[in-house]
Design a protein around this ligand. Structure first.
Ligand code: ADP
Ligand code: MG
Length: 255
């Protein structure tokens, strides 16, 4: 690249404000029951396009609660959530269904593939649910993604005929089926042995770099958190960004 071109590139990168894909303002959640459980005390979060963010925190600290609210699977008891600039509390059921299937992709710890459907059918599920049937272009796109994650020879297999890692790779493709801008992943490597976990993580990281889809990934695996762009820690109902350095120090203290 010529120095002039490099300068223009640098300047345009500097001037570009990265767009927010998720923002929360004063997000609160209390579970009401015989005993009220206050979980999230007013979180302000910003997730930008193309980021890979790890969320860490002790078991029971509210990580899944937060992710479910970000994906409109649960409602907050206070504060606001904006997804791609839209205040999601203003959406009706139909618009929420559209948001869950087209703007946000989900990957869970137990992959939740449907046992009675093949790998390809599972991967196509978000399209099938939304549009009735996948057209040729959508089918080819999903087949290409399956090839990308190394499942070309598994497309007709059923979930119980594939390994845990293969199931989770299929779930990654499923989360990408409608080409969302954001993927929310709740301990996606939690059930896998460390080698398959690393493979699944690297695939998500590659998808993030190749297609620019932002990832918010809850993880207990400190090595994987170290490989994210940013680390957010949930503690005592609040959320903090911690540097990789601080995170390493925390791990060293625990060990
Ligand atoms: P994490 O994913 O960090 O382990 P969760 O978000 O699952 O934590 O849970 C946070 C807290 O909220 C825990 O104390 C849990 O027991 C409580 N909790 C989660 N879901 C519910 C629910 N549906 N009703 C009541 N309490 C809940
Ligand atoms: Mg959880």
């Amino acid at each position: 690249m010529s120095p002039a071109a490099a300068k223009i590139k640098t300047e345009s990168t500097v001037n570009e404000t990265p767009s927010l894909v998720i923002e929360t303002r004063g997000l609160k959640k209390t579970y009401f029951g015989k005993i009220n459980v206050p979980v999230l005390h007013g979180l302000d979060i910003k997730i930008y396009a193309r980021e890979f963010v790890a969320i860490i925190g002790q078991s029971g600290s509210g990580k899944s609660t937060l992710l479910n609210i970000l994906g409109a699977l649960d409602v907050p008891t206070g504060g606001k959530v904006f997804v791609n600039g839209t205040d999601i509390s203003l959406l009706d059921e139909d618009e929420l269904a559209q948001l869950r299937s087209e703007e946000v992709g989900f990957i869970f710890q137990g992959h939740f593939l449907l046992n009675e459907f093949s790998c390809l059918e599972n991967a196509l599920m978000p399209i099938t649910i939304r549009h009735g049937e996948a057209d040729e272009e959508q089918r080819l796109r999903v087949l290409k993604l399956l090839e990308r994650v190394g499942l070309s020879d598994q497309t007709n297999k059923f979930p119980d005929e594939m390994s845990g890692g293969q199931n989770q790779r299929c779930a990654i493709v499923r989360s990408l089926a409608n080409a969302p801008k954001i993927i929310l992943a709740d301990e996606p490597t939690g059930n896998l042995d460390s080698r398959s976990g690393e493979e699944v993580f690297q695939l998500m990281r590659e998808m993030n770099r190749e297609s620019g889809v932002a990832f918010v990934m809850i993880t207990h695996d400190d090595r994987l958190a170290q490989e994210a762009d940013r680390i957010l820690l949930i503690e005592d109902g609040n959320i903090f960004e911690i540097s990789k350095e601080e995170h390493r120090e925390r791990i060293a203290k625990i060990i």
